[in-house]
Design a binder for this molecule. Structure first.
Ligand SMILES: C[S@@+](CC[C@H](N)C(=O)[O-])C[C@H]1O[C@@H](n2cnc3c(N)ncnc32)[C@H](O)[C@@H]1O
Length: 298
């Protein structure tokens, strides 16, 4: 039931992980799994739950594995929405009682920021929906501020059934007992983002570079000289870590808002050198990545 995105190559089309062609809905931060299970009993969508906490994941896997229309994606939400999903592949996104981080000093921990809403507009299908419920006034005010500037969504009346399902969760029940106010947002995507990650993702995998007649000194000079700065990207050599017959190169690669440290490992075999990605499952093989590969291969 786990989507092994580290092994499938990115970005993913969630529909490929389910046997039935149905609506694709995602819950971000499903915790104990109350909402996703409640929802699954009413709607037959293909469901993906995203969660970062190991503890929640372990419990939810036990609890949810009996449903063949629920898959779990273990990831941080901002990363998942920004980098793991293909454009326009999700019908509905649910964010049910997200961690509020109300204090100013915790602002950076709130993933529900303005860029996140742009990322949601990218992965949602046209007329795709977002349902958010929170009991935290500061968070709701912040979402309102973001939405005033965001052109991609229009606010609509939330379905009564979604509210009912959300209130019937651990936090929903708790805040109801405390008589707390609920703030609910139901957004419909009315305008897509044309130019976003499409411009930098290649969908290609990288296997290796083979260099014949390898000269380590010359190669290090070449690697240290890798520096590309243009409108959309910044690439720079950062470090080399050397062993007897091998080395690791580190590059900084920034494209739009995607920042990666690229690690390439070289093995020297007599007069040849083979260079591979040190962490292929965590590397996103973007256009910038292949510019580094080209610069080293020339
Ligand atoms: C307050 S709980 C709500 C759980 C669930 N939605 C419910 O209503 O029962 C928030 C959940 O979001 C998860 N979470 C917080 N920040 C996250 C992030 N950046 N990425 C993925 N999950 C996150 C937490 O681990 C936690 O399980």
């Amino acid at each position: 039931m786990i989507i092994e995105w580290q092994k499938t190559g990115k970005p993913i089309d969630p529909a490929n992980f389910f046997p039935f062609s149905r609506k694709t809905s995602v819950e971000i931060g499903f915790g104990k799994g109350d909402f996703i299970e409640n929802y699954c009993k009413v709607y037959r969508d293909n469901l993906i739950g995203i969660e970062i906490s190991e503890y929640s994941l372990r419990n939810a896997i036990k609890r949810l594995s009996k449903y063949n229309n629920i898959k779990i994606l273990k990831s941080e939400a901002f990363f998942a929405i920004g980098h793991l999903f293909r454009k326009s592949t999700i019908d509905k996104i649910f964010i049910i009682f997200p961690d509020p981080w109300p204090k100013k000093r915790h602002y950076k921990k709130r993933f529900l920021n303005s860029e996140f809403f742009d990322r949601l507009a990218y992965v949602l299908k046209n007329r795709g929906k977002i349902f958010i419920i929170t009991d935290e006034k500061v968070l709701a005010e912040n979402i309102n501020k973001i939405l005033q500037k965001n052109q991609h969504f229009s606010l609509k009346k939330p379905p009564v059934k979604y509210i009912e399902l959300a209130k019937n969760t651990k936090y929903g029940k708790k805040w109801r007992d405390y008589k707390k106010q609920f703030f609910i947002f139901y957004l419909v995507k009315v305008k897509g983002i044309k130019k976003y990650w499409d411009d930098i993702l290649t969908g290609k995998r990288f296997d290796h570079i083979l260099i014949e007649d390898f000269d380590l000194k010359k190669f290090i000079k070449k690697a240290k000289g890798v520096f590309i700065k243009d409108k959309s990207k910044f690439i720079s050599f950062k470090n080399i870590y050397r062993g007897e017959r091998n080395f690791i190169l580190e590059f900084i690669l920034k494209e739009e808002t995607l920042l990666q440290n690229i690690f390439l490992k070289g093995e020297i075999l007599e007069k040849k050198c083979v260079i591979k990605s040190l962490n292929p499952y965590n590397t996103i093989f973007t256009k910038g990545f292949f510019e580094i590969v080209n610069a080293l291969s020339l």
